[in-house]
Design a binder for this molecule. Structure first.
Ligand code: NAD
Ligand code: ZN
Length: 353
């Protein structure tokens, strides 16, 4: 029996860049031939959603906009061309909502680089609503026994940090510095790094995040960027031989750490930039970067394969990052806390409240 799909639903809508975000009723859309309609049960709130609201990036959003790209729910309708996912299946709406599947990048499974990629909660409406549309080829396939609240953050934060760790080239037994460790991406990055056999040095600020990183997430050391007299020295000293971490995963939301990482990374090490602070530039000393043979690179979400692999780690019980559930109606409060840097881990919205 097909589920009953209402004509109207609750959503968080941005009418103009800068906000505010408005909780209101809007029509439920119908999926196109290659799309599915997903009844979103839970959606994680990523800092990207706040960048979109504030207009932080040199890429305009659609307006009005429904944000959100960590949406986990149930397929309630599908277009006529969709054959490999059924009504009733559990699915995730992620940042890459769709891509052309034929361009040079899509052919090489670099779908995030597709010039025609559709971005959930940015260029198309996302998961801060009860019913969201995504291209069937791109929705994440979720097992029916996967908890939809806990898995939501994996759909952006998890995929992204897992991909970034792979891009770093760090191998088991080596060390990785996670910069912005106490936030959504950072908390998952520590769990993925640990599961991949890496030793974690967490960098963030405050006692709550320190406790979470050391006691819950398995970091070997914590460096507080706000109170440390010398971040570069402290990070290097936190590695077993004092030569610095083999890789640095930058998921912070301020510019400074992007200018510091090349100084403490180990010779031959790799700095992976993932965070996207507004108007920020990368800066590294040429002399040290050359004589240390440092690699600095960007990493952007992940492809469908990375999605399956990142979900596999979750399914095997290796990813248990802290999250708090609040109602969809409370999104603005979550944004306020995020803006102040006060969220340890992730907030997940329950779309029924
Ligand atoms: P968040 O707000 O949950 O966490 C950011 C953390 O950075 C906070 O804990 C904050 O205290 C910390 N921080 C701030 N300044 C710091 C500093 N100087 N040193 C160390 N830590 C510092 O944000 P999030 O949801 O985890 O997102 C992080 C960033 O990643 C955002 O810019 C987001 O847009 C970006 N992002 C990128 C991709 C990608 O594909 N490249 C994907 C998802 C998110
Ligand atoms: Zn995100």
């Amino acid at each position: 029996m097909s589920p009953t799909i209402p004509e109207k639903q609750w959503a968080q809508v941005i009418e103009k860049t800068g906000g505010p975000v408005e909780y209101k009723e809007i029509p439920v859309q119908k999926p196109g031939p290659d799309e599915v309609l997903v009844n979103i049960k839970y959606s994680g709130v990523c800092h990207t959603d706040l960048h979109a609201l504030k207009g932080d990036w040199p890429l305009p959003t659609k307006l009005p906009l429904v944000g959100g790209h960590e949406g986990a729910g149930v397929v309630v309708a599908r277009g006529g061309l969709v054959q490999d996912i059924e009504v009733g299946d559990h699915a995730g709406v992620k940042w890459i909502n769709g891509s052309c599947l034929v361009c040079d990048f899509c052919q090489q499974s670099d779908e995030p680089l597709c010039p025609k990629a559709l971005l959930s909660g940015y260029t198309v409406d996302g998961s801060f609503q009860q019913y969201a549309i995504a291209k069937a080829a791109h929705v994440a396939r979720l097992d029916k026994d996967t908890p939809l609240d806990a898995v939501a953050p994996v759909l952006c934060a998890g995929i992204t940090v897992y991909k970034g760790l792979k891009e770093s080239g760090a191998s088991p037994g080596q060390s990785v510095a996670i910069v912005g460790a106490g936030g959504g991406l950072g908390s998952l990055a520590q769990q993925y790094a640990k599961a991949m056999g890496l030793r974690v040095i967490a960098i963030d600020t405050g006692d709550e995040k320190k406790k979470m990183c050391l006691e819950q997430l398995g970091a070997s050391a914590f460096v507080d960027f706000a109170t440390s007299k010398n971040v570069v020295k402290e990070v290097q000293e936190a590695t077993q031989d004092g030569l610095g971490p083999h890789a640095v995963i930058l998921v912070a939301v301020t510019e400074k750490p992007f200018q510091q990482a090349a100084e403490y990374v180990r010779p031959r090490g790799t700095v992976v930039c993932i965070g996207l602070p507004a108007g920020a530039y990368l800066r590294a000393p040429v002399f040290e970067s050359v004589i240390k043979m440092v690699t600095i690179k960007g990493s952007y979400v992940g492809n469908r394969r990375d999605t399956t692999e990142a979900l596999g780690f979750f399914r095997r019980g290796l990813i248990k990052a802290p999250f708090k559930v609040v109602g969809l109606s409370e999104l603005q409060k979550v944004y306020d806390l995020m803006h102040e840097g006060k969220i340890a881990g992730r907030y997940v919205l329950d779309t029924s409240k």
